[in-house]
Design a protein. Structure first.
Length: 450
């Protein structure tokens, strides 16, 4: 079935030339392409945070015989190349909208799950003994226009009154004192939840831990066909087959249409892009008043996300773009370099060393989704983290693992109602890119003029 974007973005044989790839250290050992016919209890499609967390928890905590099938090398997808914000935000709907639709208890449960998910990331790295280059706790949400400061204050009050979640509003001067100053930074909301990390070190750490704990991981093993064999599933790759009693779908924005009918037309993959500079000197950082390694995003609908990296480079991320071709990538890179100079004038014209992009995924109801297919309970899935799957993908993988062995109730870890709604197909899925184009036009106008 035809994918929505240029094929280059789906080509898992092409390495991602990211800053993370250049600095992650040794690759994962102990995986191999699938060769021949194998069988197992649980087969997982997708070797990112969701699939690898599910594999690690199944193998380590429950002794389940599990195999992961990944089209590229482990961590090839969004999990190896994201901005490294282990923070909240896995629904595209605001907390206010979620409160209106689902009520206070459901929202509190969802929020608590998001907080728990970033704690889980830190705990797993600690338990399994791998490095993730964590940055200081908390996330900063910057008002890109003066009139967004009212939203910051309203959000702080909402978090305090509805969620018992403390947060602080920083004036423009306080933002300059604690983080940075810039012509598109008019103050901020600081929430002490989440942190930044090296996304590829984290994903490779998960993969290594899963393998050490007994999971079998097959890279370069794209599932090309999915058949039923009585009560079992048969997944076919170019090198062999895996027969399993249960399948977990953990393919997020790289989900291949046509593999299983339940996942056709239910996701809208969207491009998100990152550029990094050369290491900035102390004097250059001071010239821009930069004084934090905390993770930061802004109040735009088409948001920018940014952070200072461990070796002094600056990372700027931007959602958006509809053209995944190499030409589209070059245009996006030029635009981001220009915007970097506008938002941080002291760094205008600074050399950038890496640019890359990838797909993340939205659902039709703008909620993250996890669970089992109602008509086929031997298929589980966790998808649609809306560009915030570092922490939530990890949590969702553990949830699916515990669900399979009937341990969620015992651990007190139930799925938030907000994440357990049935998957919905987009109306006329062939028009998904047209919907996105219209949404981007509206976002750009409202970010600029409202
Ligand atoms: C540039 C970028 C920046 C981002 N920044 C952040 C951020 O800062 N914080 C945050 O929380 N989130 C961020 N995200 C989103 C986040 O990375 C994802 O939500 C998360 O990684 C999803 O994890 P996953 O394991 O579910 O899917 P992925 O990591 O995307 O893995 C899915 C895997 O499935 C594989 N696959 C697909 N089809 C098949 C098949 N048929 N057979 C075998 N394998 C298959 C793919 O090769 C892929 O590796 C960003 C995403 C991108 C692209």
């Amino acid at each position: 079935m035809r994918q929505l974007y240029h094929p280059v973005i789906h080509d898992a044989s092409t390495p991602v030339e990211s800053y993370w790839e250049a600095t992650a250290g040794p690759p994962v050992e102990g995986w191999s392409p699938l060769a021949g016919d194998a069988s197992c209890d649980v087969a997982i499609i997708g070797g990112g945070y969701t699939g690898l967390s599910a594999a690690l928890h199944l193998a380590r905590d429950h002794g389940v015989d599990v195999r992961v099938l990944e089209a590229g090398v482990p961590a090839w997808g969004a999990s190896g190349r994201n901005g490294g914000f282990a923070t909240r935000g896995s629904s595209k709907l605001s907390y206010q909208e979620l409160l209106r639709r689902f009520g206070r208890d459901a929202l509190r449960h969802f929020h608590a799950t998001q907080v728990e998910s970033s704690d889980l990331v830190a705990a797993l790295a600690e338990e399994e003994g791998f490095e993730i280059d964590a940055s200081p706790k908390g996330e900063v949400y910057v008002a890109h226009k003066p009139n967004r400061m009212a939203e910051m204050a309203a959000e702080r009050d909402f978090q305090r009154d509805v969620l018992d979640q403390p947060s602080e509003v920083w004036s423009r001067a306080e933002l300059a004192e604690r983080a940075y100053a810039g012509p598109e930074a008019f103050g901020a909301l600081y929430t002490p939840v989440g942190f930044g990390l090296h996304p590829l070190k984290y994903c490779r750490g998960l993969a290594g831990a899963a393998i050490r704990r007994g999971a079998v991981v097959h890279g370069h093993s794209k599932v090309l066909k999915w058949e039923r064999q009585g009560s079992r599933h048969r997944l076919i790759t170019a090198g062999g087959t895996v027969t399993a009693g249960h399948v977990i779908v953990a393919t997020a924005g790289f989900t291949q249409e046509g593999l299983h009918p339940a996942f056709n037309g239910v996701l809208l993959p969207v491009l998100t892009n990152i550029v990094t500079t050369r290491p900035l000197t102390q004097a250059e950082r001071e010239a821009q008043g930069w004084r934090t390694e905390m993770v930061i995003s802004d109040s735009r609908n088409l948001l920018f996300y940014y952070r200072l990296l461990k070796d002094g480079r600056f990372m700027l991320g931007a959602r958006g773009g509809l053209d995944a071709s190499p030409d589209g990538a070059a245009t996006m890179r030029r635009w981001m370099e220009r915007r970097l100079g506008e938002m941080y004038p002291a760094w205008k014209g600074i050399e950038t060393t890496h640019f890359w992009r990838g797909l993340t995924d939205l659902s039709a109801d703008l909620l993250p989704h996890l669970g089992r297919l109602p008509d086929e309970p031997s298929v589980s899935y966790a998808l649609a983290y809306h560009g915030n799957g570092v922490a939530m993908g990890t949590w969702a993988g553990r949830y699916l693992a515990r669900d399979l062995v009937g341990r969620n109730d015992a651990s007190g870890s139930s799925a938030p109602v907000i994440m357990s709604q049935p998957l919905r197909r987009f109306p006329m899925p062939g028009l998904r890119k047209a919907y996105l184009r219209a949404a981007y036009m509206w976002f750009e106008a409202s970010d600029r003029f409202l």
